[in-house]
Write a protein that binds this ligand. Structure first.
Ligand SMILES: Nc1ncnc2c1ncn2[C@@H]1O[C@H](COP(=O)(O)OP(=O)(O)OP(=O)(O)O)[C@@H](O)[C@H]1O
Length: 366
C-alpha cells in the first residue's frame, strides 16, 4: 500500500507557549512512501516525527492537507478503519495477559463482519508469533520476558490484523545497545518478509540509515531531504542534513572562495570551478582527508587513535568551527604520530559548500 502525504500540516495551540502560543509540528509535508518500503523518519527531538506518525495512523487530525493510502483518501477516517498497525516506544503490553492473549487482543476486538472465527484467530496469532519468532514464549506474561522479547510481542500484536501499513515510533529506544542492533535487524527482516509499507521513527541517524530504504530528514516541522540513506549522506541538501548524518560527524570550517579556489585559513586547498568569490561554510566528511606530505591543508596534530582497520586522526585548524577535527583514514596511511603537524589533500566528493547564513548547499561545476 503506498502512502501519499499532500501538503500535510499540523499546528498545535498551547497557551503556555511564548510568542503566539502556536507550534507548527508538521509544516506542509508532501511526499510519497512507496508500497513495500521501509521509511525512516529522522530528526532531533521535537522536529515532528511522532506527530507525522500520529497523523498517518489517525490519532491526530491534520490542520490542513491530505493523506492517501493507495487511491483512498483516509484523512477523515478513524484509526481503526485505516488498517494500520502501530508499535510505540513503551510497547504497552497488557501485563496481566499472556503473550498469546496480548497478540490475540486486537482480533478479539474486531466488530461486525470483520470478526473472525476462533480457529482463524488462533491461526493468525501463530502466524504473527512465527514472524517474530516467539512461539516458545506464548504462555509467559510480559514481566517474564526480556526487553527485546517484549518488543517482538508488540510487533506481533501490530502484525496480527495484517495491516497495510506498519508504524513504529522509536521502537528500540528502551533496549540496550546490543539488543537494539539485533532487534533492528529483525525488524528489517520481518519487514522484508511481510513487505508491509513501514514507517519507522527514530532520532538515531545510524539506526535510520542502517534499516531504511529511504530516510526523511526533518527539522522543526520542516522536511529537509528525502532519499536513499547513502544518497542523502553523499549529497546533503543543506548543512543541517550534512551535520545530522554521519559518525563521526562532518567537520565544519569557515572558508572563502577566491579565484576558483577554496581557501581555509588563507590556504588554497581545493579547486572549486564555476563559483564566484564569496564566504562559504565548508563541510568535510572524516573520510575526505588524504594524508600527504605536501598536502595543501596543514593542521596541528593532536592525537592518533587506532580503530583497527582505520585510524582516527584528531587535529586542529584555525578555520575549523570546532576545537578539533577528526579524519578517518586507513591504518597504512603515512601519518607520523610523533609529528606536530599533519598535512592533508582533500577528496573533492567529500567536501560540501554551504551558504553561511541559510546553510543551503552551494553547488559548483563539479
Ligand atoms: N498535543 C500537543 N500539544 C501541543 N504541542 C504539541 C503536542 N504534541 C506535540 N507538540 C509539539 O509539536 C512539536 C513536535 O512534537 P513531536 O512529538 O512530533 O516531535 P518528535 O520529533 O517526535 O520528538 P521526540 O523525538 O522528542 O519524540 C514539539 O514542539 C511538541 O512540543
Amino acid at each position: 500500500m503506498n502512502i501519499q502525504l499532500e501538503h500535510l500540516t499540523k499546528t498545535f495551540h498551547s497557551p503556555g507557549r511564548k510568542s503566539s502560543g502556536e507550534v507548527v509540528a508538521v509544516n506542509d509535508f508532501t511526499f510519497e512512501i512507496p508500497d513495500g518500503q521501509l521509511i525512516g523518519l529522522l530528526g532531533p527531538s521535537g522536529c515532528g516525527k511522532s506527530t507525522t506518525l500520529n497523523l498517518i495512523c489517525g490519532l491526530e487530525q491534520p490542520t490542513s492537507g491530505k493523506i492517501f493510502f493507495g487511491d483512498r483518501d483516509v484523512t477523515d477516517l478513524p484509526p481503526e478503519l485505516r488498517g494500520v498497525g502501530m508499535v510505540f516506544q513503551n510497547y504497552a503490553l497488557y501485563p496481566h495477559l499472556t503473550v498469546r492473549k496480548n497478540i490475540l487482543f486486537p482480533l478479539e476486538n474486531l466488530k461486525g463482519k470483520e470478526r473472525l472465527t476462533k480457529e482463524e484467530m488462533a491461526r493468525r496469532v501463530d502466524q504473527a508469533a512465527g514472524l517474530v519468532q516467539i512461539q516458545e514464549l506464548m504462555d509467559r506474561k510480559p514481566s517474564e520476558l526480556s526487553g527485546g522479547q517484549q518488543q517482538r510481542v508488540a510487533i506481533a500484536r501490530a502484525l496480527v490484523k495484517m495491516p497495510h501499513v506498519l508504524l513504529l515510533d522509536e521502537p528500540l529506544s528502551n533496549l540496550d545497545a546490543r539488543l537494539r542492533l539485533q532487534t533492528r535487524e529483525e525488524i528489517r527482516k520481518i519487514q522484508r518478509s511481510t513487505k508491509i509499507t513501514t514507517v519507522f521513527v527514530t532520532h538515531d541517524q545510524e539506526e535510520a540509515m542502517s534499516i531504511s530504504d529511504r530516510i526523511v530528514v526533518m527539522k522543526e516541522g520542516v522536511l529537509q531531504q528525502i532519499g536513499a540513506p547513502q544518497q542523502v549522506y553523499d549529497d546533503p541538501a543543506n548543512l543541517f542534513v550534512a551535520k545530522f548524518l554521519g559518525t563521526p560527524p562532518i567537520n565544519v570550517f569557515d572558508g572563502q572562495i577566491q579565484s576558483g579556489m577554496l581557501c581555509l585559513g588563507g590556504e588554497a586547498v581545493l579547486p572549486v570551478p564555476g563559483l564566484t568569490d564569496q564566504c562559504v561554510t565548508v563541510g568535510i566528511r572524516p573520510e575526505g582527508f588524504l594524508p600527504q606530505t605536501d598536502g595543501p591543508l596543514s593542521c596541528t596534530l593532536n592525537s592518533v587513535e587506532v580503530m583497527g582497520r582505520d585510524i582516527s586522526v584528531v587535529a586542529s585548524h584555525p578555520a575549523c568551527q570546532s576545537p578539533t577535527l577528526r579524519a578517518i583514514i586507513t591504518a597504512d596511511a603515512p601519518v607520523d604520530r610523533n609529528a606536530s603537524t599533519v598535512r592533508f589533500a582533500l577528496k573533492p566528493e567529500k567536501v560540501f559548500l554551504f551558504q553561511p547564513d541559510s546553510g543551503q548547499r552551494i553547488r559548483g561545476a563539479r
